[in-house]
Design a protein around this ligand. Sequence first.
Ligand code: PDD
Length: 303
Amino acid sequence: MSQAEVFDPTVYLNGEWGPLSEARIPVLDRGFIFGDGVYEVVPLYAQPNGARLPFRLKQHLARLQRSLGKIRIDNPFDDAGWRALIHRVIEENAGEGDALVYIQVTRGVAKRRGHAFPASITPTVFVMLGKLVFPSAAERERGAVAVTAEDKRWLHCDIKSVSLLGNVLMAQHAAENDALETIQLRDGLLTEGSSSNVWVVKDGALLGAPRGPRILEGIRYGLIEELAREAGIRFEERDITEAELRSADEIMISSATKEVMPIRTLDGKSVGGGRLGRVYAALYDAYQRAKAREFADEAKRAQ
Ligand code: PDD
């Protein structure tokens, strides 16, 4: 890659704006030392007029608040403060195409290394714009390859924590097996992907693993539940056994960066006869309509 092609966005770090390549945090930041922090990934969609708009920002900010609350970090901003910051990050990085906003809040920089929280500490706040290319129509048509593995993570997967070692190892497992995602199982039950929620279709019903400490409740979790209702698809939030996963009519994953994406093979075996699923197709279309609706509502509010 030539110098000219290096993507060096303008980022926000603790009240300062500057190039990503020059952003620095002290090594005693508890995010670095302990993985003591949380994050969010918000998709931005390029509009016909060139604007890039966040999708489901309200829900992302609510989840950020929940994650911070669960690890006892005071939220450094209210929703209006976060919205202003995110819009400034978008403005500072004028460009074309879809993108994402990455937000990270750590407990802050301690005076010395010690596991328990220091009495007084100021959170570190980092916000950057990232590039995002959603899967192409051809990739969707083909479907993705997934492999399975035992879920060995801690039991607070509901916190969107930057302590992601379990997820990182699962993503690496996928990469080493030429797969897009690793689908995890704990005690014989489906949990989630390394960085996605997983959906199973069985006899026309859409099944999702129960919300709770074993999975991160994706912002797309509630959305897909809504979209299923809209499309007249029965939805069941319940335990999904390994046997149900392996005999599924359809499997799909969802995340900010993949929207909803069908899985074509699981551990080398074709899923549901290898054809593109009917439920997937209905949910994908409903997802596109939900985006159009949200952006139209925003345009109306802005008038
Ligand atoms: N990951 N489960 C895990 C473990 C995840 O990391 C993610 C998202 C999801 C889906 O959440 P959402 O619908 O809010 O994107 C579920 C993001 C994209 C990431 O870490 O980059």
